[in-house]
Design a protein around this ligand. Structure first.
Ligand code: PEP
Ligand code: MN
Length: 263
């Protein structure tokens, strides 16, 4: 179902009042984690002003350590809904369980399956039955074929609205948090009709490397970007080191504009 051989035309996925697909560079931006209503509103306004069309914000955080901030759960989803109402941005939130999916369908426009759950087949099937478009992140050690099989699980449940997100894979290199596998973008474009976006934040783990990798992702054919933005990165409850300030994010979107027009 995801194979381009049987579906040559590229797919466009509708998300709230926008869509992801060819000819429309989608920028999803927002905090790693929803922290407070004020924080989310402030970030939502800023990223909208700079050109983002989808607000990201984690309410269920699959953290490496059980002692790290785990997210506001349903309360965080409610803040996402408030931000959507006030700014008109479409919204996306990661889900980590069937209960999280049940809650998310009430509040957001798209659900995200994170890297750590890419092969959680029960969750994938539930996402396939959710009725919401799904952003499927690449697993930390997943091959492209394993990733496409994970997408197939969602589509096989009757949900064709799947977007793939390259977010870096684990390699021997330690200078960046993960290694952004940009070659996955053209490979996927050949193998599948699904839209493909890139996440230069989780792949690099460092705000300095986000702008160059974001531009590279656009240049190699990505349909969109997911970028972490925070009003005060040094105080962020998660992923502060890779979060862009409003000023840096605004500068990046301005620099991306001519590149997008070229593509
Ligand atoms: C995220 O987007 O907040 C996230 C946890 O990403 P990943 O699953 O790619 O690590
Ligand atoms: Mn994060």
């Amino acid at each position: 179902l995801s194979n381009r051989k049987f579906h040559p035309e590229p797919t466009t996925v509708k998300v709230g009042n926008t869509h992801i697909g060819p000819g429309n560079m989608t920028i999803m931006a927002g905090p790693c984690a929803v922290e407070t209503e004020e924080q989310l509103m402030c970030i939502a306004r800023a990223v909208k002003k700079s050109g983002a069309t989808i607000l990201r914000g984690g309410a269920y955080k699959p953290r490496t350590s059980p002692y790290s901030f785990q997210g506001l759960e349903e309360e965080g989803l409610r803040y996402m809904q408030t931000a959507k109402k006030e700014t008109g941005l479409s919204t996306i939130c990661e889900v980590v369980s069937n209960e999280a999916i049940e809650a998310a369908v009430k509040y957001v426009d798209m659900i995200q399956i994170g890297a750590r759950n890419m092969q959680n087949f029960i969750l994938l099937k539930e996402a396939g039955r959710s009725g919401l478009p799904v952003l499927l992140k690449r697993g930390l050690c997943a091959t492209i074929d394993e990733w496409l099989n994970a997408a197939e699980y969602i589509i096989a449940e009757g949900n064709p609205d799947v977007v793939l997100c390259e977010r870096g894979i684990r390699t021997f290199e330690t200078a960046t948090r993960n290694t952004l596998d940009l070659s996955a973008v053209p490979v996927l474009k050949e193998k599948t009709h699904l839209p493909v976006i890139a996440d230069p934040s989780h792949s690099t783990g460092a705000y300095k490397y986000v702008p160059p990798m974001a531009k590279a992702a656009v240049a190699c054919g990505a349909d969109g970007l997911m970028i972490e933005v925070h009003d005060n990165p040094s105080c962020a409850l998660s992923d502060g080191p890779q979060s862009l300030t409003f000023k840096k994010f605004d500068k990046l979107t301005k620099e991306l504009k001519p590149l997008c027009d070229l593509m």
